[in-house]
Ligand binder design. Structure first.
Ligand code: OXD
Ligand code: MN
Length: 592
């Protein structure tokens, strides 16, 4: 095996700090994986599920205080505070290393330190980056073996001198007061301590592929985005690809795995999933944008997933899947709120307590059996709609970029930006309103530019500038659109049926990219003419369609004030081009 001296001495350094009893290299073999599963079953860290009904599936519960990403404990650690920008938590690197080292010190005593070499992207592709995660959690190892390409083949590509992202993780004592998720873009390093929850500890995902990835992408001239990628196959056999960004909890995984409604399936439409969460995109020699999904698995939210909302996800998780914080049924299968059929008569809930469906919480609401952020970790290749180009070292050409938010009134079903620069403005001002089911005040608008607010590894205003520059470097940039599946009527009823029907909107988007669909120019962008959307088989009264496509000038004028307020926090870093776009929008709203 080739030795990489930098890697070896970094492992030594981390071992001196954490003091594990032993060090085990993850080689990517099935034998080693099976042995680790057996060991974790023996300690109770995971539990094997019913092998007849869920072959190769395992169950895990996190600590009760450790069930989601902890944004308030997540930091970008750069020498200069300005570099992290106003929307990130910041800590100077020296202080961050010192604070975390106190927690890491001796944290692996009595434990094994696993060394996981991994590749984000197909091993050896120009798109790909190598990381190495050191962790004291077998659960993390087993998840990483699904989520990314791991093992010896990655070390071969790393070679003697190759660079890699240094990812150090220890569960330590899982004390929330001793939990930190630290990113050091200047050192290509991530330190995560005190958590065992996926988003905080599968360091390839949000930490490397997005936070460190976005900082690398800026330096090297590419894009690391919180986006799904899907291919739409038309009846002619032509496949075109869309990259789409939505804030968390807006149905990104569902859209990525969309099953066309019956009418469109009969016509010959088909969706190919390339990725459901992260896209890395580069400009190729043809002057176009090409993208890959750097991951190899899905880490999806289980509650709400069923054969109507996402039949492909249900098929994906039937085998070789790790379920975290769902309800464990008496027959050693799993259940979650919003799954098909009736709830089981009893089971063990995500906290490990006996559960029956009639139980109430302290607010007299039904006691959930699964945590609302319960997850499945499943191999990408098990998805029935998995794209045959997923492993392609060159990725797929991106025809359209789609931004989406959850807006009850403001945004129409879909609109197209006037230019790349206008599209960047649309992405930068993306927002969602909180629904009754969410934390915070009902209707409150949360801006989440490009769905990257919690994931941008540097100053978000500089990130906008990077997007603008990327557009200037492309001969044929993708067209940029905005969608809103969540528009409501006066009674709060959704106007658009969503799910599979969203393909009708994607059809319009791709037709526009080819210059083949009609639209009307409005102050906010091009909106479909009612008959340019293919709505055959969908009984939507014309009045509803009109309402879905309506642009209300007064509401949009109020929106421009809120955008200005949002922009103000970035001071001098905000690109002038975005202020120009805001001024132009306002002018079009007043005079257009
Ligand atoms: C996720 C998220 O877990 O966006 O993918 O929160
Ligand atoms: Mn995500």
């Amino acid at each position: 095996m080739i030795k990489n001296q930098v890697l070896e001495s970094w492992i030594k350094e981390c071992a001196t700090l954490c003091q594990p009893d032993s060090i085990v290299w993850i080689d990517g073999s099935e034998q080693q994986r099976d042995a680790l599963r057996a060991e974790a079953c023996a300690t109770g860290e995971i539990l094997q599920l019913n092998p007849d009904k869920l072959p190769g599936c395992y169950y895990h519960r996190t600590a009760k205080n450790d069930v989601a990403r902890t944004e308030h404990l997540t930091y970008i650690c750069t020498t200069d505070k300005d570099e992290a920008g106003p929307t990130n938590n910041w800590m100077p690197p020296k202080e961050a290393y010192q604070k975390a080292a106190e927690i890491f010190k001796g944290s692996m005593r009595g434990r094994t330190m696993y060394v996981i070499p991994f590749s984000l992207g197909p091993v050896g592709s120009v798109f790909s980056k190598i990381g190495v995660e050191l962790t004291d959690s077998i659960y993390v190892v087993l998840n990483m073996l699904i989520m990314v390409r791991c093992g010896n083949e990655v070390l071969e590509v790393l070679g003697e001198s190759g660079d890699f992202t240094r990812c150090l993780h220890s569960k330590a004592d899982l004390d929330e007061k001793r939990r930190l998720i630290l990113h050091f873009p200047e050192d290509n390093t991530i330190w995560s301590v005190g958590s065992g929850y996926g988003g905080n500890v599968l360091l390839s995902k949000k930490c490397m592929a997005l936070r460190i990835g976005s900082a690398m992408a800026r330096k090297e001239g590419w894009l690391a985005e919180h986006m799904l990628i899907l291919g739409v196959e038309a009846p002619s056999g032509r496949i075109e690809y869309v990259a789409a960004a939505f804030p968390s909890a807006c149905g990104k995984t569902n859209l990525a795995m969309l099953v066309p409604p019956e009418g469109l399936t009969r016509k010959g439409y088909r969706i190919w999933t390339v990725g459901d969460d992260i896209a890395w995109m580069r400009i190729d020699t043809d002057g176009k944008l090409w993208g890959i999904n750097p991951e190899a698995g899905f880490f999806g939210v289980a509650p709400g997933t069923n054969t109507k909302t996402n039949p492909n996800a249900m098929a994906t998780v039937r085998r070789n899947t790790i379920f975290t914080n769902v309800l464990l049924r008496d027959n050693k299968t799993v259940w979650w709120e919003g799954m098909d059929g009736d709830p089981p008569e009893s089971g063990i809930d995500w906290k490990g307590d006996h559960w029956t469906p009639d139980m109430l919480d302290e607010k007299k609401k039904p006691l959930p059996g699964a945590h609302p952020n319960a997850r499945f970790t499943a191999p990408f290749t098990q998805c029935p709609s998995a794209s045959f180009r997923w492993e392609h070292h060159h990725g797929v050409p991106i025809s359209a970029v789609v931004f989406g938010g959850r807006r009850a009134r403001l945004a129409p079903l879909v609109y197209q930006s006037y230019s790349w620069q206008h599209g960047v403005f649309v992405g930068a001002t993306m927002a969602s309103e909180r629904t009754a089911a969410q934390y915070g005040k009902l209707g409150e608008v949360r801006r989440d530019p490009m769905a990257m607010l919690p994931f941008c590894g540097y100053n978000t205003a500089d990130y906008f500038q990077h997007w603008l520059l990327m557009g200037q470097r492309m001969k044929k940039p993708p067209k940029i659109f905005h969608v809103n599946w969540f528009r409501q009527d006066e009674e709060g009823e959704y106007l658009w049926p969503g799910y599979g029907e969203n393909l009708r909107v994607l059809e319009w988007v791709l037709d526009r990219c080819r210059g083949e669909a009609d639209a009307v120019a409005t102050p906010i962008g091009y909106v479909p003419t009612p008959d340019s959307l293919d709505l055959t088989g969908l009984e939507l009264p014309p009045k509803i369609i009109e309402e879905l496509l309506r642009v209300d000038r007064q509401q949009w004028l109020a929106e421009t004030d809120s955008v200005r307020e949002f922009f103000d926090q970035f001071g001098d870093h905000l690109p002038h081009a975005l202020v120009d776009e805001l001024d132009s929008l306002k002018r079009r709203l007043v005079t257009g």
